[in-house]
Design a protein around this ligand. Structure first.
Ligand code: NDP
Ligand code: 2IT
Length: 446
């Protein structure tokens, strides 16, 4: 239910951004949480802070022409949505996936505002990407695409303006090609313009691992708040990309056992515990399919085209993509005794499924909070770049763990303060929103 003052705001967002379903979904979720905030702080409504937050400060859409290995011309569409810079330069990843369109980039950019605010670091919110499909493309094709993408993007970004990073389909390889082209065009060695860089040109230790590690730390905190731990828990992780891999690695270090993971073709079950090194070899080195895991690992089984959420577990960590965990999946997880869900991906759980988890008393950590470790460590990379410094793995991981504990504590305390104890969705949305809203009030009508 929406507060009566927020109903017209939401209707207006739907009217002004037609067909952008994921964006509507992300806005609705935040508006559903902040009703009590509007009652407490009428100045936010009077100054139209909510309307302003829902309207990106700037949106860039551009043509990305490039030539494939056969010499054929290809045209993709590039996006960068610079959503909110109240707290710092726009900050958020780039996604390369055929499903990318304005509605996806805007939902991601919108969520990024509140996530970034929750980290307590000086970063605004933005997101970008392209409908380019890296699957099956050669290394040279990916490089030419990245160079063409940056040939336009470079004029919109900068260390103090907008700082992109990775997301689906964009990892260390792509960030390298993007930074190479940025450096060439601008004639500036401006390390702080991108994060997720290789260590040899200004990257930060732990950034590669940060989202997955951070998500495991967040779930550990949720479990601790209920007097539990990962020890002896069976865990299911969806996806097998960057976030999934480092989630699995940290869950194992914390005493849990990941028994299944997936990609868009199906899932693998391995009761002995997923061999993360083998997943890394198949996914990061060979850029192969998850089915290969079952071929190489005795006792493991591949199940094609079914939902990984049918595998029984104590803890579910969706780490692939939006709306991948439906209400039917939630019902199966609850029936199988699942006690906690931590979203490594952005908005992977449908609104109906979120409600089901909350009604069943499952601890539910929304992506804005649970996956904030990635962007938080990006901010640490910016900090190291600004001071031309380079921190050790141990020191950086400790900082990440402290940040995730803080994010958890902030969500927990805010939910309790607003009379919704244990509701991390409300806690994350309210805490993130009030940070940004207060800064916007002080910055005047800009
Ligand atoms: P990767 O590209 O490394 O991996 C994505 C994984 O998700 C792959 O296993 C992929 O399978 C699967 N996947 C992607 N799209 C779909 C789809 N439409 N249907 C089914 N499976 C799909 O991306 P990341 O690990 O970086 O990102 C995963 C999620 O985490 C995203 O929601 C992202 O926004 C979020 N995130 C990422 C952060 C980061 O630092 N990278 C930070 C915070 C959140 P396949 O290979 O078959 O496509
Ligand atoms: O969704 C996310 O937070 C990211 N993809 C990471 C963004 C970043 O700037 O590190």
């Amino acid at each position: 239910m929406l507060h009566e003052r927020l109903e017209p705001v939401y209707e207006n967002v739907v009217q002004r951004n037609r067909g952008e379903d994921e964006f509507h979904q992300a806005v609705r979720e935040v508006l559903e949480s902040i009703g009590p905030v509007i009652d407490k702080h009428p100045e936010y409504a009077e100054q139209k802070i909510i309307e302003r937050i829902c309207e990106p400060e700037r949106q860039i859409v551009f043509r990305v022409p490039w030539e494939d290995d056969r010499g054929e011309v290809q045209i993709n569409r590039g996006f960068r949505v610079e959503f909110n810079s109240a707290l710092g330069p726009y900050k958020g990843g780039l996604r390369f996936h055929p499903s990318v369109y304005q509605g996806i980039v805007k939902f991601l950019g919108f969520e990024q505002i509140f996530k970034n605010a929750l980290t307590g670091q000086p970063i605004g919110g933005g997101k970008g990407g392209s409908d380019f499909d890296p699957k099956g493309r050669s290394d040279r094709e990916v490089m030419r695409f990245c160079q063409s993408f940056m040939t336009e993007l470079h004029r919109h970004i900068g260390e103090y303006t907008d700082v992109p990073a990775g997301d689906i389909g964009v990892g260390g390889r792509e960030i390298g090609y993007l930074f190479g082209q940025y450096k060439r065009i601008t004639n500036r060695y401006e390390s702080g313009v991108l994060t997720g860089k290789h260590l040899s040109f200004g990257g930060a230790r732990v950034r590669t691992e940060a989202t997955g590690y951070g998500c495991a730390f967040f779930v550990q905190e949720m479990l601790a708040a209920r007097g539990q731990s990962f020890d002896g828990k069976q865990v299911v992780v969806s996806g097998s990309g960057n976030v999934a891999i480092y989630t699995m690695a940290k869950v194992h270090q914390l005493g849990g056992t990941v028994v299944a993971c997936s990609d868009s073709s199906g899932y693998v079950v391995d009761e002995k515990g997923i061999d993360v090194e083998l997943i890394k070899q198949i996914k990061e080195v060979e850029r192969g399919r998850i089915a290969t895991y079952a071929e190489r690992r005795p006792g493991a089984k591949f199940v094609a085209q079914r939902s990984v959420w049918e595998v029984p577990c104590d803890v579910a960590m969706p780490s692939a993509t939006q709306n991948e965990l439906t209400d039917a999946d939630a019902a199966a997880l609850i029936a199988n005794g699942c006690i906690a869900v931590g979203e490594g991906a952005n908005m992977p759980t449908t609104p109906e499924a979120v409600r089901s988890f909350q009604e069943a008393g499952v601890a539910f950590g929304p992506g804005k909070a649970a996956n904030a470790g990635g962007v938080a460590t990006s901010a640490l990379e910016m900090q190291q770049n600004a001071s031309r410094d380079s921190w050790s793995f141990e020191f950086t991981e400790k900082r990440l763990e402290e940040i995730m504990k803080d994010v958890h504590a902030r969500c927990y305390a805010t939910a309790a303060e607003y009379g919704m104890p244990g509701n991390y969705v409300a806690g994350a949305n309210i805490a993130g929103f009030t940070n940004v809203a207060d800064a916007m009030l002080r910055l005047g009508l800009v």
